[in-house]
Design a protein around this ligand. Structure first.
Ligand code: ATP
Ligand code: MG
Length: 601
């Protein structure tokens, strides 16, 4: 390919819309353009990268025995109603784009494909003899993200590889899950990414075990907590740890304490010399479901701990009645919201776990009893400080059971860096940031049961299929690679996914010797199967070198003044190493290195 024919438009300055290096560089170097929030045009350079990533993904999926397929993006609501996910994905914070066709039928644009594939499995898979089987596709997904950002990292339209496996039993599912884990590690390594596998929350997809693959990068949206010994790593959404010990509160009984204006744990502790570990904080939140009234929550945590939203959502979902449908949202209840229900004002800032359900009596749209949950850090306290449910008053020396029946204890706290690890208390958790590029799940039988995907076992009985699902964000991966591989001058693509492997740059194209030698080398490289680019523009050499660095082509062959003597300069983008060599030796010098840098199976 010739640069003059590439529609290459590079930008000198960082575009205002971009915050992180990879996003800035992909825009500046002419890889993509924003069409609307979270929606990008992939320009020819980026498309080549995406095709190379896809090829690696394909080869590794094929190697596991998975079959490539292509499923529809327009999906009938009816399928999602059968799995129970339509409401959760379209109402509240749901991320599915949805529409009506001319007959008034509801359709969604696929954010993921469990429903479609399970319906197919119900139709096609009948006998244990057909199992196990895995299918995958590489395709555009649509998600109406609440905060699309960072370019391809969180788009509303993006490319994903998703795979689904079907099994006769759990052991077979685990085997394929293990094979996918290995395939994922190979994919990320071949793409030149440093990625780590971490325990993950299964989220709205559901199921039991799941693992995310994180590309370590400061710009990552996820917080990874890992033990120094390398045996434990988890997304903070899911991570567990041993909380710091509490300082026992010296108190025999329970006394009220005047706490004027002290509505935060910090104020309370600094005014009276308490340690936050001696306090219980109480949060009132509201869980909205697809059907019926909202459910008020009364959550108790030790004062020094942070509530983990993901753990809370899981705990609430597990305790919800099936008739309530999907959990749509959990949010703190504001003073105004409380008042809007026609209820007496709550003493926010002085709430205690003994807040009675009477406080909810007469609520116009809410259920009339709190769902009461407490983190074990709170339930473990013998005596503690908490709000008295009266303005400007706290209780010192409160005890569960004396005050109120101890609520159900469930892990609701966020593990923090510095916490001791559960597997070995001498180890502590360290934090790092990660970009989630892949996620593999053992789904179990949730979807097959909901959509009636059953098979006949060897002994002749009928059972629901066991399922796994496995995603890779292909477009996110491409940008994550830039996040890990760039410098002050631009992108430094790993050869395996670079849009072109070599760029031939005649310093002065108007000089016939240079132009001719450059053409000749460009032809030789192409013939040798190298993805080569020729910068045939009439620009100054400096401009062309700058662009080559920005675009990030791994190898640059400069045809300059030495062309008369048959000499060229070979520059490696990532290291900046330069060497002069005879043009006749270029292929013998470069091909073996390229071959090795391409990786491959
Ligand atoms: P996240 O937690 O980042 O929102 P997710 O858990 O919803 O992602 P999955 O449903 O597991 O994502 O999707 C599989 C993969 O698709 C993710 O691991 C990620 O790499 C990619 N992905 C998900 N959402 C987006 C998006 N909005 N833009 C680009 N890639 C995405
Ligand atoms: Mg995920």
């Amino acid at each position: 390919m010739r640069v003059s024919r590439l529609m290459l438009v590079t930008l000198r300055d960082d575009p205002a819309e971009a915050e992180i290096p990879s996003h800035k560089l992909l825009l500046r170097a002419g890889y993509m353009r924003r069409v609307a929030s979270g929606i990008y045009a992939y320009l020819p350079l980026l498309w080549r990268v995406l095709q190379k990533v896809s090829l690696i993904v394909r080869q590794e999926m094929d190697r596991t025995g998975a079959l490539e397929t292509l499923l529809p993006q327009l999906q009938p609501a009816e399928l999602w109603e059968r799995s129970g996910r339509w409401a959760g994905y379209t109402a509240g914070e749901g991320i599915m784009f949805h529409l009506q066709d001319r007959q008034g039928r509801e359709l969604g644009l696929g954010p993921t494909h469990e429903e479609v594939i399970t319906a197919l499995a119900a139709d096609l898979l009948r006998s244990y003899r057909q199992l196990p089987v895995s299918l995958y596709q590489i395709q555009t997904k649509f998600r109406d993200e609440i905060r699309p950002r960072f370019g391809l990292m969180r788009g509303r339209e993006f490319i994903m590889k998703d795979a689904y496996s079907f099994h006769a039993d759990e052991a077979s599912l685990k085997e394929t899950y293990g094979a996918m884990d290995q395939a994922y590690r190979r994919i990320f390594a071949r793409c030149g990414l440093r990625a780590v596998a971490v325990e993950a929350d299964s989220g709205a997809i559901g199921g039991s075990a799941s693992q995310e693959f994180m590309v370590t990068a400061d710009a990552g949206e996820d917080l990874v907590l890992a033990s120094g010994d390398g045996t434990y790593a988890a997304n903070q959404e899911r991570a567990v740890s041993i909380p710091p010990s509490a300082i026992a509160l010296e108190a025999q009984g329970c006394e009220p304490l005047a706490t004027p204006g002290q509505t935060s744990i910090d104020d309370l502790c600094s005014s009276h010399g308490f340690d936050p570990t001696q306090t219980v904080k109480v949060l009132v939140l509201l869980a909205r479901f697809a059907e019926g009234p909202a459910q008020p929550l009364l959550i108790s945590l030790r004062g020094d701990q942070q509530l983990n939203d993901v753990k809370l959502a899981n705990a609430v979902t597990a305790r919800a009645q099936p008739a309530w449908g999907a959990l749509l949202e959990i949010a703190p209840i504001s003073v105004d919201q409380w008042a809007s229900q026609g209820l007496d004002p709550l003493p926010f800032g002085s709430l205690g776990p003994h807040l009675s359900d009477a406080a909810l009596q007469g609520a116009s749209q809410w259920r009339s009893q709190f769902l009461r949950l407490a983190d074990p850090t709170a339930t473990a306290l013998k005596r503690f400080v908490c709000g008295a449910n009266q303005v400007d008053t706290h209780l010192v020396g409160a005890a569960w059971d004396e005050l109120v029946a101890c609520p159900e204890a469930v892990d609701l706290r966020s593990a923090q860096p510095g916490d001791s690890c559960c597997h070995d208390p001498s180890q502590t958790l360290e934090a790092s940031r990660g970009i989630e590029v892949g996620h593999i799940f053992q789904l179990g039988r949730k979807y097959s049961e909901a959509l009636g995907a059953r098979f006949t076992t060897e002994s002749g009985t009928e059972e629901a299929l066991w399922m796994g699902c496995y995603g890779i964000g292909v477009s996110r991966l491409a940008q994550a690679a830039v996040e890990q591989h760039h410098d002050a001058h631009g992108i430094c693509w790993p050869v395996s996914i670079a849009p072109f492997e070599v760029i031939v740059v005649p310093a002065n194209i108007a000089e016939p010797t240079q132009a001719e030698l450059a053409e000749e080398l460009y032809g030789q490289l192409q013939e040798a199967g190298v993805d080569a680019l020729l910068d045939d523009r009439t620009e100054r050499a400096g401009v062309k070198f700058k662009d080559a660095d920005l675009v990030g082509i791994p190898w640059r062959v400069v045809v300059g003044r030495g062309a008369g003597e048959g000499l060229v300069e070979l520059v490696e983008r990532a290291t900046g190493e330069k060497r002069d060599l005879a043009a006749t030796n270029l292929l013998t010098a470069l091909l073996p290195v390229l071959q090795q840098q391409r990786g491959g199976i």
